[in-house]
Design a protein around this ligand. Structure first.
Ligand SMILES: Nc1ncnc2c1ncn2[C@@H]1O[C@H](COP(=O)(O)OP(=O)(O)OP(=O)(O)O)[C@@H](O)[C@H]1O
Length: 447
């Protein structure tokens, strides 16, 4: 199968060579990559070896029962949309096929225009579904404008723009909450890969086994609970960018497989020996010191050198004091509009306090603080009280039973436990929650 432009990979399954030929010519003219099969077994073999976005399946396939072929294909490639091709006299079967997971049906004989339209419609739907996941991640961070008045930040942005269009792997460093994720998405947006997806994988949220399946996909039956084949994030990012967030927490046991993928762009799904290929640019980010981790044997050195072909280090917010007023104003405008609240700006005292704060949680902390302030402020100007600056010092030890909200108590307790723990796993154990819940809470609370 040729892949002229990756806009759509289509499988045609029919036992009539003349139909296969006509369909192929018509769809190839549109620029799609086409493969053909004249039996259920052939179709199954092709689907096991390659990723298709769409299949036109004739239900009358000689000896093969079309509905059985359909259900086998659905298990092998649940992401692939299937359009049934049927004779007028067999519409009932087409309806059964729709119930069994087919996306649509075409009645034979059909015109080239009907075929083109059906293909375009299905591929558009499948592109929309793939983008939805990416957009969900982006919505949470919508509106980020990376421009800066701080020379250090501007030089990072200049370098990022220069290297965005190369395929060089980039490691983004910086304290938690400095905007590493935002920068990664911006680099993808500035690159020639931007019409494909930027797929994010949060490394600390999964153990080695689950991460392997999440990244590389798995075959049905590969482990208990693997009821159907999955593509994996690497395949989803084909043509685009894979962003490995918090790479310092990537499971050590799985690092050789990631290294091989980065070197050769080749991998196998869990439980499936077939070697696959994906054209993916790798961006990664961490607030940990990978060199120290490598020296201590907690991170593979060879992997580190593959990831950090270019390193970009984001300055902490306390070194970007000149950016604080604009960031704060932007967050305020966004949240008062979201929540329908009256605040329109900051008092002078509030602005000064914002610029003097040390921001251990960086932009995430600023964002959370302004969100809270925008909700509780019933006046036109946000003042010190709304920001919590004249409340008891943040570092005084809050007690159970004190005048504190549950969230404040939770924040204080998690902060203290994190401070007393050697590792995130140890902190999660002390708190009695799993590591992925702790990971989410840290983000949510801006820790
Ligand atoms: N320039 C910006 N403008 C607006 N919002 C921003 C900007 N930079 C970062 N943010 C917001 O700050 C928060 C933290 O950003 P992000 O998740 O990119 O940081 P991070 O450095 O990747 O954090 P972590 O290390 O914890 O993963 C997000 O809500 C993000 O939308």
């Amino acid at each position: 199968m040729q892949t002229p432009d990756k806009e759509g990979r289509i499988l045609l399954v029919d036992d009539e060579p003349a139909i296969l030929r006509t369909f192929r010519y018509c769809l190839e003219d549109e620029g799609y990559a086409i493969a053909t099969a004249s039996s259920g077994d052939q179709a199954q073999a092709l689907v096991q070896g390659q990723v298709f976005d769409l299949c036109f399946l004739d239900l009358r396939l000689g000896a093969d029962d079309g509905l059985t072929v359909l259900s086998r294909l659905r298990v092998l490639a649940p992401w692939m949309r299937v359009v049934i091709v049927t004779a007028h006299s067999a519409i009932d079967t087409a309806v059964n096929a729709m119930q069994a997971g087919a996306a649509d049906y075409l009645v034979k004989p059909c015109s080239p225009e009907q075929l083109r339209l059906a293909a375009a419609r299905q591929l558009e739907t499948s592109r929309m579904a793939a983008r939805l996941q990416t957009l969900e991640q982006e919505t949470a961070a919508a509106g980020a404008d990376l421009d800066s008045h701080c020379p250090g930040m501007r030089s990072v942005l200049d370098t990022a723009r220069q290297v965005a269009d190369t395929d060089a792997n980039i490691l983004i460093l910086g304290e938690s909450g400095t905007g590493k994720g935002e920068l990664a998405r911006a680099i993808h947006g500035w690159s020639k890969r931007s019409k494909h997806d930027c797929v994010t994988v949060n490394c600390p949220s999964l153990n080695a086994e689950l991460m392997e399946s999440e990244l590389f996909g798995h075959a049905r039956g590969a482990f208990t609970g693997a009821t159907e084949n999955t593509l994996g994030r690497v395949s989803q990012a084909d043509g685009g960018t894979l962003f490995l967030d918090e790479i310092g927490d990537f499971p050590l046991a799985l690092q050789p497989k990631l290294l091989r993928f980065i070197q050769d762009r080749e991998y196998e799904r869990v439980g499936d020996p077939q070697t696959r290929h994906a054209d993916v640019r790798i961006l990664s980010a961490t607030n940990r010191n990978l060199a120290e981790m490598a020296a201590a044997g907690a991170f593979r050195e060879d992997l580190m050198y593959r990831l950090n072909v270019i390193t970009l280090t984001l300055p902490p917010l306390r070194e970007r004091v000149e950016d604080i007023p604009e960031l704060a104003e932007r967050f305020l405008a966004r949240f008062v509009s979201d929540y329908g609240r009256p605040a329109r700006g900051f008092s002078d005292a509030a602005l000064t306090a914002l610029q003097q704060h040390s921001w251990p949680g960086n932009i995430r902390e600023l964002r959370n603080m302004i969100e809270r302030a925008s909700i509780i402020c019933t006046e036109e100007l946000v003042d010190l009280t709304h920001l919590g600056f004249d409340a008891p010092p943040l570092d005084s030890v809050p007690r159970a039973g004190a005048e504190l909200s549950l969230e404040e108590l939770e924040r204080a307790h998690i902060t203290a436990v994190l401070g007393n723990s050697e590792t995130l796993d140890q902190a999660a154990r002390t708190l009695g929650i799993d590591a992925s819940t702790l990971y989410r809470k840290r983000k949510q609370l801006g820790l």
